[in-house]
Design a protein around this ligand. Sequence first.
Ligand SMILES: Cc1cc2nc3c(=O)[nH]c(=O)nc-3n(C[C@H](O)[C@H](O)[C@H](O)COP(=O)(O)OP(=O)(O)OC[C@H]3O[C@@H](n4cnc5c(N)ncnc54)[C@H](O)[C@@H]3O)c2cc1C
Length: 428
Amino acid sequence: MTTATTSSQPPTAEAVAAEVNAWLAEHWDPDLTLAAWRDLLADSGWGAPTWPAQWWGLGLPAAMADVVEREFDRAGAVGPPQGSGMGLAAPTILEHGSDDLKARLLRPIVTGAHTWCQLFSEPGSGSDLAGLTTHAEREGDEWVVNGQKVWTTSAHHARYGMLLARTDWDAPKHRGITYFAFPMDQPGVEVRPLRQMNGHASFNEVFLSDARVAAADVIGRVGDGWTVAHTTLAHERRLFSGLRGRPASWGGGRAVREAEREIGDTLEPYKWYPQRAGRPDLVADRARATGRSRDPVLRQEVARLLAMVRAAQWTAQRARAARALGRPPGPEGSISKLAASGIARAAARTHALIAGASGMLAGPDAPLDGLITEILVSVPAVSIAGGTDEIQRNIIGDRVLGLPREAGADAELPFREVPRNVATPRRG
Ligand SMILES: Cc1cc2nc3c(=O)[nH]c(=O)nc-3n(C[C@H](O)[C@H](O)[C@H](O)COP(=O)(O)OP(=O)(O)OC[C@H]3O[C@@H](n4cnc5c(N)ncnc54)[C@H](O)[C@@H]3O)c2cc1C
């Protein structure tokens, strides 16, 4: 029998939905352990249906991911885990990893056995990521890593890190970096949580002191980590917009209970993310509830904000349509990121206008039990995380508009000659 997943013709959404439904009707059992259910998911390919059939997928087009997810929700069935493993590490390994890495690392991502974090930023290298100085030296079959990472979301419970480290100090800065699948659970790794001004602690400092990673765990080629990192960064925005809580259709059962705990752990560092987006959805109701909606100046602010939100939704729809057609991530990514910063700031300003001085209170006496205050102190993060506004403008300038590139006097120098405030290691 020909099915949507084995036919040589592009499958229709109806055919894929029928096939996943039939599979779920036969296999979904909420009383399994989550691990046993995810084993079934990984082996069937329905846990990662757009991955190649050879690597725990079904080779379905990107547009079918939403179709499959909808059918899982309809059936009340638990899907694959959320987070950096499925969202960032897996696409990077699929595009650049050796077959050995794919064989070892992809399946535990689908089952949720391995969670991941992103070890990119350093105290002196955020926007200038290619200036990173965490370094790795080869010793036999291993690399020995020393340095410090910072802002590492979820490092405190990650099993692996997507690590960028300098492996050649004599190559220009973009060409001496290597990308590792780095095991976090080892003596040379110390993770220290950072407390933010909104009270949460979602990210960490990570200190690497003679930490070890196997030579076989290099993703891509040694020295080509910058190219590999671009794949991860291209998927970053989609990761955050795709995070979601427990679907309403889930019932009871062991697999569901364990998946709820997993969602709780995964989403813990992100629970203030709706507030960092400015909560424009609350603005009109707050204006009405406080009687401020009669103020013409405030009404104008609210209208301006809602128009920005609507325009950004259309841009996101264009990006989704391009993705459904199998096109690579385009300029909509940088434009959406900038729009999100503008909306968050405008929303925070409008919330502050409505709340007045009480927007500075925290706790139960504050407006919406402190939610407005949390918005005001969380919004700055949106124009920093995943590339600052200035960096997005540089990207739009040179990659989308074709303007002359920003002068990079150090781009072709051997990295050891680039002036910086961190010493070059003796052995490097
Ligand atoms: C919520 C959140 C989560 C994060 N999670 C992670 C994570 O999991 N893993 C990880 O590796 N990192 C993470 N980061 C770090 C993030 O990627 C960096 O903060 C970001 O890239 C900016 O780097 P920086 O903080 O070093 O700022 P800097 O690069 O020092 O920038 C300081 C200022 O200078 C400006 N600037 C710098 N260079 C230029 C230029 N060329 N042209 C114009 N202006 C410039 C910037 O726009 C900014 O205003 C996270 C950050 C946040 C806020």
